[in-house]
Design a protein. Sequence first.
Length: 183
Amino acid sequence: MKNLPLEKAFLYIEPGPVVLIATNDGEKNNVMTISWTMVMDFSAKFCILTGSWNHSFDALMKTKECVVAVPAADMAKKVVQIGSCSGSDTDKFKKFKITALKADKVKAPLVKECLVNIECKVVDYISKHGIVVLQGIAAHIDNKKRGECLRLFHAVGDGTFTVDGGKKLNYRKIMKEKLPAGV
């Protein structure tokens, strides 16, 4: 085996699928893209990694709720574009033509175009690591979309993505400002 530069090690264990996190700060909806997620157990408890560098973080911490929206691979480019701009100066629902639907138990919106939407409450925040622990309290699936496209997509970490089934997508140009040096 050859040595691998340590700064590239994450490329081989970066989790997926890529998800959207929808929030509402009491006045407006926002959505951000997250690829650092983890399932904690079978009770719909999840973690995401985020912090004050993301505009949605303040709404997430203020309201203690969000929607984890799981897009299918047909939305990959749009999801990457959503993650490449800030909700501080962009209405992402309008710009990217995604539809906010009323959720059952949280004020954050469901994302109509996504395969699955999970309404969540924030149950813990580990600030040292930027880990937000979420407890799912309601879940929704678009069975029509499920029949059309069940494939999810996963971040590799270098601006490329893999789709379930092996297809590779390259959005490095869109993400060039977000990529760490050397990848």
